[in-house]
Design a protein around this ligand. Structure first.
Ligand code: NAP
Length: 248
């Protein structure tokens, strides 16, 4: 009997959960617990960390999980590494659902960097308006460049004081091209900093930056241990022995 664990927190994970529920498969959806009000899922849902790779291994054995689908964000490196380790330890099948990274288009003006600290270092010294499109837990290094006016966008209002004064937009998205163009124009954004998440849902800001001729500091994805990886919900369903019905 198949019992799947979906490590989620992304729009792809939600699409997958809908397909799994529609197929009537036995499955649990797991959120990391970063968002205050995560979207409801059509699957039994648990929230919060497992306690590292060993905690996840215990959970897999305790819950009789046969298949783990890592549908976390491409930058959720700790969770993804723990999944590889726990599945190897328990002999559980693992697949990663991960969109391809964005590729640079001819008109893109990107500076590609390896991490958030390098992104902060790559910003100019002269004051500028910067759209910092990264999660709140990663913004601290930008305190080293306090001369800039930063625009941040979060799903929830910040609970703790930020490490620097910033213009904060609270919105869950998805974000469309027109809205991104408007936001960047009205705020006079001159630089965009983002992580190479890939996929369609977050790409409008990259397209808007290209159209406005803005430089983008693109943070590359972390390196992860070797694992089976697919890019579509349909491929995950096939791996689970089912077909997609909802067209994800
Ligand atoms: P991370 O650094 O890799 O994870 C840190 C720890 O959080 C993990 O070791 C694990 O704790 C726990 N965790 C993460 N994801 C979990 C999940 N789905 N279920 C249960 N525990 C989880 O990850 P992160 O970058 O902080 O991201 C946290 C979550 O937010 C991820 O699930 C990710 O998919 C989601 N996210 C979504 C977006 C988006 O744009 N949709 C962007 C960023 C993050 P233990 O070690 O205790 O098990």
């Amino acid at each position: 009997m198949t019992r799947a664990l979906v490590l989620g927190g992304t729009s792809d994970a939600s699409l997958l959960a809908a397909e799994i529920a529609h197929a009537g498969l036995d499955a649990v959806y797991s959120y990391g617990g970063r968002t205050r009000l995560p979207a409801d899922q059509p699957l039994p849902t648990r929230i919060g960390g497992f306690g590292g790779a060993s905690g996840l291994a215990d959970y897999i054995l305790g819950e009789g999980i046969t298949h783990v689908i890592d549908a976390t964000h491409p930058f959720a490196a700790e969770m993804s590494s723990n999944a590889v380790e726990a599945c190897s330890e328990t002999g559980t099948q693992l697949i990663a659902l991960e969109r391809a990274p964005w590729a640079r288009a001819p008109d893109d003006n990107w500076t590609e960097v390896g991490d958030v600290a390098a992104a902060a270092a790559a910003l100019p010294e002269v004051p500028a308006r910067v759209f910092l499109a990264i999660g709140r837990q990663h913004i601290a290094p930008f305190a080293t460049k306090p001369q800039h006016i930063y625009t941040l966008r979060f799903v929830d209002p910040p609970e703790a004081p930020l490490p620097f004064a910033a213009d904060v937009i609270v919105s869950r998205g998805p974000f469309m091209l027109d809205g991104e163009l408007e936001m960047m124009r009205t705020r006079g954004i001159a630089w965009v900093v983002t992580r190479n998440s890939g996929g369609g849902g977050a790409r409008a800001k990259i397209d808007a930056a290209r159209m406005l001729g803005l430089p983008v500091i693109m943070i590359s994805r972390p390196t992860l241990p070797e694992r089976q990886r697919v890019e579509s919900v349909a491929e995950v369903m096939q791996w689970l022995g089912h077909r997609t019905c909802l067209g994800a």
